[in-house]
Design a protein around this ligand. Structure first.
Ligand code: C2E
Ligand code: MG
Ligand code: MG
Ligand code: MG
Length: 292
C-alpha cells in the first residue's frame, strides 16, 4: 500500500532506501550497461476515451529486465538514473522508442492513437529537450498533437519560470502536455492557470477510495470542473473496479486508465488486445485492412 502513496512522496523514498548503498552502486553499474541492450523495453497501457468507448492511445512505461534479478520496476531505478544523470540517455531512448512504436501503429491503421511518454524532471530542465522532441517527431513522421508529454505536478513546480518557458515552447510546437499524479504536489492555482497543459491526470490516490469516500468524490469533481474550465482534458489513473469507473464517468472524466481497462503490456499484445474493427464508414471511405 505504501508504494501507492505517491510517486513523489515519502513512500517512494522509503522504497528506494531499501536498497543499500552497495546495492545501489551495483544496480547503477548494471543499469549503465543495460542501456542500448534489450534489457530495457517499454510496455504500453491503454488510455480509454469515455465518449468514444475506444482506445484513444497508450502510455509508455519503462521496464528493466535485469539478467539476474528479473524485472525491476521503474520506481526502483528511475531515481537512481536521475541522481547519476543517465536518465537523459534513458529518457531519450524511451521517447524515440515510443514514437517509433506509434508510427508502426499509425501505419497499421490506428492513425488517431496518441502516445504518452513520461518525462523526468532532469530531462525537463535541459533546454535541448525542445530540439529532441522536434527531431523525434520528424524522424518518425508523427503529428505533434499525437504525442503527449507527461510531467509530474512536482516537476512543474521545481523551477517555475524555466520550466514554464520550456513548456510553452513545447506547447507551441503542438505536443500535448499532461500533468501527471495531479493532486499530490503543490501547484498553486495561479500557476496552474499559466500552464499550457492540455491534460490533467488525477492520481490513483483519489480514485482508490472513490466508492466509499464522499471527500474523494468532491475532490475529483472539483478537479474535473477546474480542468475543464481551463480547457484541459481529465484523465483518471489507477481505475481498478467497475464502481470506480462508473463514478469517474459520471463525474465527467474524459479518459480512463487502469487495470480494469488494461494492464501495461508489450506492443504486440497491445495491438492484439485493442485492434478493434474500424467503423464501416471508414471502410467505405477507402480505408485498408491492416496486414497481420
Ligand atoms: P505513472 O506515470 O503515474 O504511471 C502509472 C503507474 O501506475 C505505472 O506504474 C502503472 O503500471 C501503474 N498502474 C496502471 N494502472 C494501475 C492500476 O489500475 N492500479 C495500480 N495500482 N497501478 C496501476 P509503473 O509502470 O511501475 O511506473 C511507475 C512510475 O515510473 C510512473 O508513474 C512514472 O512516473 C515512472 N516511469 C515509468 N516509465 C518511465 C519513463 O519512461 N521515464 C520516466 N522518467 N519515468 C517513467
Ligand atoms: Mg504517467
Ligand atoms: Mg501518474
Ligand atoms: Mg501516479
Amino acid at each position: 500500500q505504501a508504494k501507492e502513496a505517491g510517486r513523489n512522496g515519502f513512500a517512494v523514498f522509503a522504497e528506494w532506501m531499501n536498497d543499500s548503498a552497495e546495492q545501489q552502486f551495483r544496480l547503477l553499474a548494471d543499469l549503465r550497461s543495460a542501456i542500448g541492450t534489450d534489457q530495457l523495453f517499454l510496455h504500453y497501457q491503454p488510455k480509454l476515451s469515455v465518449a468514444r468507448h475506444t482506445v484513444a492511445g497508450a502510455e509508455a512505461l519503462i521496464r528493466w529486465k535485469h539478467p539476474e534479478q528479473g524485472l525491476i520496476p521503474p520506481d526502483r531505478f528511475i531515481r537512481l538514473a536521475e541522481r547519476s544523470g543517465i536518465i537523459n540517455e534513458i529518457g531519450r531512448w524511451a521517447l524515440n522508442e515510443a514514437c517509433r512504436q506509434l508510427r508502426q501503429w499509425h501505419d497499421a491503421g490506428h492513425d488517431n492513437w496518441t502516445m504518452s511518454v513520461n518525462l523526468s524532471p532532469i530531462q525537463f530542465s535541459a533546454p535541448q529537450l525542445l530540439n529532441e522532441v522536434r527531431d523525434v517527431l520528424a524522424r518518425h513522421r508523427i503529428e505533434p498533437r499525437r504525442l503527449i508529454l507527461e510531467i509530474t505536478e512536482s516537476t512543474v513546480m521545481r523551477d517555475t519560470e524555466t520550466s514554464l518557458r520550456l513548456l510553452q515552447a513545447l506547447a507551441r510546437l503542438g505536443v500535448g502536455i499532461s500533468i501527471d499524479d495531479f493532486g499530490t504536489g503543490y501547484s498553486s492555482l495561479l500557476y496552474l492557470k499559466r500552464l499550457p497543459a492540455s491534460e490533467i491526470k488525477i492520481d490513483h490516490a483519489f480514485v482508490r477510495e472513490l466508492e466509499n469516500s464522499s471527500e474523494d468524490v468532491v475532490i475529483v469533481s472539483a478537479i474535473v470542473a477546474l480542468g475543464h474550465a481551463l480547457d484541459m482534458d481529465i484523465v483518471a489513473e489507477g481505475v481498478e473496479t467497475a464502481g470506480q469507473r462508473a463514478y469517474l464517468e459520471r463525474l465527467g472524466c474524459d479518459y480512463l486508465q487502469g487495470y480494469l481497462l488494461g494492464h501495461p503490456v508489450d506492443p504486440v499484445r497491445f495491438k492484439q488486445l485493442h485492434d478493434l474493427p474500424r467503423p464501416r464508414i471508414e471502410v467505405a471511405a477507402g480505408w485498408k485492412e491492416p496486414e497481420g
